[in-house]
Design a protein around this ligand. Structure first.
Ligand code: MN
Length: 422
């Protein structure tokens, strides 16, 4: 696998130059671990088994390279298996529309089967679909369809590989698929309601071929921890990882979920400059950082930092938060080292971002009618995960230092939230 990926860029160039077929395997725009691993593993399998192998099989990560650092569980797992970022090909590094116009493109979709309208032209190039969500649209009979409601698309890829000739699966591919199925199925926990017998079977199959694969709890705990590990991110990346905006009549306010204690956040080197640049380049008048961290008893703590260069606007937003009654946030002012940042401990730890958003919207003068405005959340959130700041399966998850406690809680939460992200 490592060698295969390392050679993709050269193979792509060569095929373009010689006007030979380029067969792209691509996941969805959220580009979560499942989409990434499914694309890598299936492209590898197709390259190994296609006869004659005249097409270049190219796995494509369906995000710009600049967003990859935010997929911390993916960067973690690939790093564990010595796959460098440099051998990955991202959406902004390949001209799919151009390849298609030149008649060179075949497309296999994994982990989704509805292309966004901006990619509608690529539909004609689709030859194969592997997805694990309910079929939403028809495809031409010439297109191979594998749409099965299992816990992870990686399960369908594993099954495809298992049905193929023996000896194709290598240790790295197996480990990537194994970790992905465990993460998506909430560690095969029936209580979480994600796992199916086929996911379990694929995990056993991978383990029977590679008995040295790590125990479920350790790999699941490590991936779950990596998902929320922002220690390697810049302030800008941290703010972008889990970002939503609300628009008032004239102002745009951003609210970011930040997974660290507010005191540490406020003391980040270069914070003010980073906040100013972040808001200026994106046109935000106010930025609210909702930090989520955990105490020794694994209870979540929520804190708020309100930043704005416009003092009157910051005061307006702060007052709205302080005086909110539906719900009351029970804010307590915290010392802030910066005059343009107001900081609070949020006594009402149950008030997730979903509850705080309407308060902020009202403060900006936007009526309830703007709630579903197209300007809000027009782009998919950069990180495909159940945010800790939302009411999600992980909303009250413990920090993943204690795998048992995590598993137990996550399973319980996930079971209560059947509509969480895939
Ligand atoms: Mn998936």
């Amino acid at each position: 696998m490592e060698r295969f990926l390392g050679g993709r860029r050269a193979a792509l160039q060569e095929h373009i130059q010689r006007r030979q077929e380029v067969h792209v395997v691509m996941g969805n725009e959220a580009c979560d671990l499942d989409s990434t691993v499914s694309a890598l593993a299936l492209a590898y399998f197709l390259a190994k088994t296609s006869v004659p192998p005249k097409a270049a099989f190219i796995p494509v990560l369906n995000i710009p390279r600049a967003d990859f650092a935010l997929r911390t569980e993916t960067t973690f797992l690939l790093r564990e298996h010595s796959i460098p970022d440099s051998s990955l090909i991202f959406r902004d590094e390949i001209d799919l529309a151009g390849l298609h116009r030149a008649g060179l493109l075949s497309l296999t979709l994994v982990d989704h089967h509805v292309l966004p309208s901006t990619d509608a032209a690529l539909e004609e190039a689709v030859v194969d679909v592997l997805d694990h969500r309910p079929l939403e649209r028809e495809w031409a009979p010439s297109c191979q369809l594998t749409v099965e409601l299992v816990g992870s698309c990686a399960t369908l890829v594993t099954e495809r590989i298992a049905q193929g000739p023996p000896g194709v699966l290598d240790r790295t591919t197996a480990a990537l698929l194994h970790g992905t199925i465990l993460l998506d199925s909430v560690n095969l926990s029936p209580a979480a309601g994600k796992v199916t017998p086929r996911d379990v079977l694929c995990v056993s199959l991978l383990e029977s071929r590679f008995p040295e694969l790590p125990p479920h709890d350790s790999i699941y705990g490590a991936l779950q921890a990596a998902k929320f590990d922002v220690s390697g991110l810049t302030t800008e990346q941290m703010l972008r990882k889990d970002l939503k905006t609300v628009s008032g009549d004239e102002q745009v306010l951003a609210i970011s979920g930040v997974y660290m204690d507010i005191e540490l956040f406020l003391r980040r080197p270069g914070l003010l400059q980073d906040l100013e640049t972040f808001c200026q380049t994106r046109g935000y008048s106010v930025l609210v950082a909702m930090t989520v961290s955990f105490n020794d008893c694994y209870e979540p703590t929520r804190q708020l930092a309100v930043y704005s260069q416009h003092e009157a606007l910051r005061s307006t937003v702060c007052r709205a938060l302080e005086e909110a009654t539906t719900p009351a946030l029970h804010l307590q002012a915290l010392p802030s080292p910066w005059p343009c940042i107001s900081a609070y401990a949020q006594g009402n730890t149950l008030a997730s971002r979903k509850k705080v958003l309407p308060i902020l919207r009202a403060a900006l003068g936007g009526g309830p009618g703007t709630a579903a405005g197209p300007e809000e959340e027009a782009a998919p959130p950069p990180t495909p995960m159940n945010s800790l700041v939302e009411e999600s399966p992980l909303a009250q998850a413990v920090p993943p230092v204690c795998p048992q406690a995590v598993l137990e809680r996550v399973s319980r939460m996930a079971a209560e939230q059947p509509d969480s992200d895939k």
